[in-house]
Design a protein around this ligand. Sequence first.
Ligand code: GEK
Length: 243
Amino acid sequence: MTTRAKDTIYRNNDPVSAFVFDDKVADVFTDMINRSVPGYSTIIAMIGTLAERYAQDDSLCYDLGCSLGAATLAMRANIKAKGCWIVAVDNSAPMIDRFQQVLNKDKRSIPVQLQCADISDVDIGNASVVVLNFTLQFVAQQKRAELIRRIYDGLRPGGMLILSEKIHFEDAELNTLFIDLHHRFKEQNGYSQTEISRKRAAIENVLVPETLRAHESRIRAAGFASFAVWFQCFNFASMVAVK
Ligand code: GEK
């Protein structure tokens, strides 16, 4: 299992620089994401359940922006289809290195291929499940439509895209409400107001959220026949789309 060192990155008073997935973040990532993303553990568990249902025999399941591999491990534990491989990709070497160490100890049999690469450059083909769990939000906005189109093209008929994202609301009142509720959630999980505002400054322009409407129209434009939001808590949502 992944270690769970405590995230204290924004406790100091150093000048805030743009957020990067470096060694310091990778060391505390499990704690950071669990205390920062409402519903994260539920979403990970459901990715396992959805993969159990949608993984097809002799196909590939992709975890794009895998970090320490939580979604990959959930899929690996649940997929029953025969002859499946999981391809897990991240462009942060510190994440891939740590995930490799976790994998070395994971005894399950589904093969996992780890790639340290930009997901915009990865070939996607013969796929039955593609997971983008809080990753698309870090991809340059002008590259998002092409990536979703390539995922659609690489999926087999009946294959599923699972897309989880931080979201933005057109309604200013609700947008402010959900940002405030998210910050309250982080406070309840032990982050101070200073830590919350320093992280917010670091992540601005690095994580660019969009509306659910923007996600749905991009997904439908790529050709997906079915789309739904299956989970939402405040300004965090998880969507499914089936080819
Ligand atoms: C989880 N899915 O635990 N190419 C490859 N990787 C990227 C790119 C890119 N262009 N941009 C960002 N990343 C995980 C959590 S975290 C979400 C995903 C978060 C990677 C980045 O290095 C990081 O590991 C991950 O996407 C985003 O289910 O930190 O909020």
